[in-house]
Design a protein around this ligand. Structure first.
Ligand code: HEM
Length: 452
């Protein structure tokens, strides 16, 4: 144990406590195995700002919403997203929006915002509606139905339709899907240089596959336009007349697809898991969805308040992006602790959402905590922040909610699902959280009269 760095004389700042463990490795394996348990232990021992070795780097972890706000809002432009995320995903998702910073990031975000405007979102919702009905309609009831695998396939198919707007043969779909999976998994490789057959190498190959794929389609998209995200990025223009180059469009598409795909899959899997364990909530949501009917608009989806609470609570318990890293680009301070330039800082969303100081009974699934009477998330602006905050707040936040709700609405109207009493979903937390067993459920079709 020992301090990170002495604070400047006379600054009145404190040194960040922490350390411990083997240099470069520290508690990496323990954090990957049990991120919430480890965060609770460190917070109890060392307080809200502490350092340790994580994935080969001296890393300051800031616990709790107050520290999260300081880092994410970043009033001093001290916390850069690009160099921190690049360490994990840079070679595979370079120049994606999240990997840019400050002025350059703002320039790109201003253009990209046009692709997430209200009219664009309405068009995306229209485009996804049939795909959701068809996709969920193809699911076959039975025991051992792996929710995660089916939802992942569905969200990828929707990404192809709604985000890319291209017709792909099955073989090509599988190739693109495989490339995304390889690119995402590469980020948490233990061996961080290309050895054939290992994650890093597969990630680099995947990046090449994705670049070729988007470049091939780009001329047609520029020429023909369309209602999909790819076309929207091709034509997007900021208020001051700035547009994306071809390279920008390719980079942003590769990043956006990754950002949209796994996160929505995890959210839906987590919702399905909690609803399987709590049938009374599943029935309540089913009643709400059956009463709402089909072809839901934006406004209809927003009126499904039970569904909204379950989505929020599921994202609280399993934050799809479990930690947000930043690189400190100039000496700064968090809650009175001195953080020198060059330090990696992590905002641990997964464990922040489960801290007893901010959430009563934090490990219990209780969607009612988001009801208008309780609104436990109001305790702090950053208590519930699965979409991040500040300049890099998820730009797809409304698209994500629309897609997740549209799919869950259809699942509820067609099927009932359950897990054996006492089942607990085993989570793989080495990358974005996902169920090690794919979440096997017993899936039953509802009577056609009730489901339509
Ligand atoms: C439930 C689903 C989703 C979750 C939980 C989620 C979460 C997040 C989080 C936490 C960040 C901020 C990361 C950081 O500050 O380090 C982020 C950024 C981003 N997300 Fe999402 N996201 C979701 C869906 C989507 C969708 C559907 C899209 C659409 C394409 C998308 C596109 C992006 C982009 C482009 C950024 C970078 C924003 C920037 O740097 O300015 N996300 N997302």
């Amino acid at each position: 144990m020992g301090d990170l760095a002495p604070p400047p004389a006379g600054s009145g700042l404190k040194a960040v406590p922490g350390g411990g463990g083997i240099p470069f490795i520290g508690s990496t394996f323990a954090v990957m195995r049990d991120p919430v348990g480890m965060a609770r232990k460190r917070y109890a021992e060392l307080g809200p700002v502490a350092w340790g070795w994580l994935l080969g780097q001296r890393t300051v972890t800031v616990h709790g919403p107050e520290a999260a706000e300081v880092v994410l809002v970043d009033r001093d432009d001290a916390f850069a997203s690009g160099p921190a995320w690049s360490y994990f995903i840079g070679p595979f998702f370079r120049r994606g929006l999240m990997l840019l910073d400050f002025e350059e990031h703002l320039h790109h975000r201003r253009i990209m915002r046009q692709a997430f405007s209200r009219p664009r979102l309405r068009a995306y919702l229209e485009m996804m509606a049939d795909g959701v009905v068809d996709g969920v309609g193809r699911w076959r009831p039975g025991a051992g139905f792996r929710v995660y695998d089916h939802v992942k396939q569905l969200t990828l198919d929707l990404a192809v339709d709604v985000l890319m707007g291209v017709e792909l043969e099955d073989g090509e779909r599988a190739r693109v899907n495989g490339a995304f999976i390889d690119a995402v998994r590469a980020g948490t490789a233990y061996v961080r240089f290309p050895v054939p057959g290992l994650r890093w190498h597969r990630g680099l190959r995947a990046r090449r596959t994705l670049e070729e794929f988007f470049r091939r389609w780009l001329p047609a998209k520029r020429r023909d336009g369309g209602n999909d995200l790819f076309a929207a990025l091709c034509s997007a223009e900021s208020d001051d007349g700035q547009r994306f180059t071809d390279d920008d469009v390719v980079n942003h598409m590769i990043f956006a697809l990754m950002a949209a795909h796994d996160t929505t899959t995890i959210t839906l899997t987590s919702m399905a898991y909690h609803l399987a364990r709590r049938p009374e909530w599943q029935e309540r949501l089913r009643d709400e969805s059956l009463a709402a009917g089909d072809s839901l608009t934006f406004e209809d989806l927003n009126a499904l308040t039970g569904l909204d609470s379950v989505m929020k609570e599921s994202m609280r318990l399993i934050a799809p992006v479990p930690a947000l890293p930043r690189k400190v680009v100039k000496d700064t301070a968090v809650l009175g602790f001195h953080i020198p330039a060059g330090t990696t800082v992590v905002v641990p969303m997964l464990s922040n959402h489960r801290m007893a100081d901010w959430w009563p009974d934090p490990d219990t699934f209780d969607p009612g905590r988001f009801s208008p009477e309780r609104r436990e998330d109001k305790i702090h602006r950053y208590a519930w922040s699965p979409f991040g905050g500040g300049a890099h707040t998820c730009i797809g936040i409304h698209l994500a909610g629309t897609q997740v709700k549209t799919i869950m609405h259809e699942m509820l109207r067609r099927f009932r699902w359950s897990v054996p009493t006492g089942y607990e979903m085993p989570l793989d937390t080495t990358s974005l959280p996902s169920p090690k067993d794919g979440l096997p459920v017993r899936l039953e079709a509802l009577e056609p009269r009730a489901s339509r």
